[in-house]
Design a protein around this ligand. Sequence first.
Ligand code: NDP
Length: 482
Amino acid sequence: MTRFEYAPAPESRAIVDVRSSYGLFIDGQFVDPVDGPPFKTVNPASEEVLAEVSAAGPQDVDRAVKAARRAYTRTWSRMTGRERAKYLYRLARIVQERSRELAVLESLDNGKPIRESRDVDVPQVAANFFYYAGWADKLEHAGLGSSPRPLGVAGQVIPWNFPLLMLAWKLAPALAAGNTVVLKPAETTPLTALLFAEICQQADLPPGVVNIVTGAGETGRAVVEHPDVDKVAFTGSTEVGKMIARSVAGTDKKVTLELGGKAANIVFDDAALDQAVEGIVDGIFFNQGHVCCAGSRLLVQESVNDELLERLKRRLSTLRMGDPLDKNTDIGAINSAEQLQRIRDLAGIGDAEGAQRWTAACELPERGYWFPPTVFTGVSQAHRIAREEIFGPVLSVLTFRTPAEALEKANNTPYGLSAGVWTEKGSRILWMAQHLRAGVVWANTFNRFDPSSPFGGYKESGYGREGGRHGLASYLDAEGLS
Ligand code: NDP
C-alpha cells in the first residue's frame, strides 16, 4: 500500500488564549483556593507547561458545595423546565460557536489528534447539551412518574480521556433535571473544563449552578465524601470506582459509576474484512486507545485470521503518529508519563508471557509521551494483556472456531461495557447481542455514540446508564424506568 507523504497542516493555536494560571470556579466566579498548592498541566506531545492550576482542598470543596446548594434551593430547582432549557440551549450554541477554540485546547492539554477533538469530541459535547435541553421541559413525559424531582447537589468526578465530552455527559442531564453541580476534572486535563466555566459566565448561567474544582484524587475524594452532596457520578478506573462505592455505602447518596472495560471485537469468517479492519482500527486506536469501551480484545474466526491480520497490519502501517494539532495526524500522544509507563509495563508483561508483539513502523517524536500502534498475537485467555485494561494503543488478538466459543471467550472477563460483532448474518448479530454480557453491542461498526442512546456497563464496568432517557433517571427522584 502506498504511503503518501503529506505536508504539515497544523491547526493554529493562536485561537486559544491559555492563561498562565487559573483559579477555581465557584459561585460563578474564578476564585483563589483557600488551601492546597497549585499544580501544572502540560502538553503531553511536547512536555511544555501550559498553565498553573489551583488545587481545591476540603474547604474549597465545601465552599463549592455550599454555592451549589444555595443555587439549587434559591434558583435552579424553582425555575421552570422551559427556563432551564433556554440556558442549556445557550450553552450548546456557545460550544458550537467556540468549537475551534475548545478543540485546539483539548488537543493541547490531552494530546488527542485535532481531527478527533474537532470532529468527534466537541460536536458530541454540543449534541449532548442540545439533546438534554430538549428534555428539560418534558421530564414528566420521560416515563419516570408524573412529577419527577431533582436530587439536589451532584458531585461529579471525570477522567482525562475525553475531558470535555465527559463534562457534557455529566452536566447536561444533571442540569436538565434541575440539579446543581460540583465537578472535578482530571488533574492532567483541567483546561477545557475551565474554559467551559467561562462559557457558563458568557451564558449568564446563575452563579453556583455549575462549580468546577480542579485538583488531584484527594479533591475528588472530598467532593464524593462531602455530606451535603446528594448524588455522585464518577467515570474512571474500576479501582477508584470501588473505593467510591465503599465510601458512599450506608449514605443515602445516589451513585452512578462508569468504569473500565476489556471489550471483545468479534470478527466472523463471513464479515466484510476491509470494513472490519476499519472498525478494529477505530475500536482500539481511536484516542490512542484511551477509551473505556475500546475494542482491546480482537476475537477472529480461525479461518480468516491470517488474512485479516495481514490487512490490519497493512492498514496500521498507514496511520500517522505525531503532532496532535496537525490535521493529518491519526494517533496523538499518550496523556501522561504515568499512563505511558503503565502501557509499557503491561506490554512488557505480554512479551514475558509469550505473546508475539508487532509494532507499526513509525518514528516517535523526541519529546512527549508516545506509544506506537501495537498488536499482540498468540494471546491466550490466561494472559494479563487479555484480561486487564491497558488503556493504550495495544490490541490483543485471540482466535475462535465456533460462535459458542466466541461468546464464551468474549464473556470471560470481569468487565462488561461494550462489544462488537462483524458478520453478514443478521440472525447471528441478534443471537450474539442477546448473549453478550455488555452494556453496548455494536454490529458491523464500533465506537459509535449518540446522546439519545444509553451507555453503561455490567459487572466491574460499573452501574447506572448515561445518555438518553435512562441518563435522566440517574438525576431524578423518580419511579423506575424499564
Ligand atoms: P482514576 O480513576 O484515578 O481517575 C479518574 C478521576 O477520579 C480523576 O479525576 C481522578 O483525579 C479522580 N480520583 C482519583 N482518586 C480518587 C478518589 N479516591 N476519590 C475520588 N476521585 C478520585 O484513573 P487514572 O487517571 O489514575 O487512570 C488509571 C487507569 O484507570 C488507567 O490506566 C485506565 O486503565 C483506567 N481509566 C479508565 C477510564 C475509563 O473511562 N474507564 C478513565 C480513566 C482511567 P486525578 O486525575 O487527579 O487522579
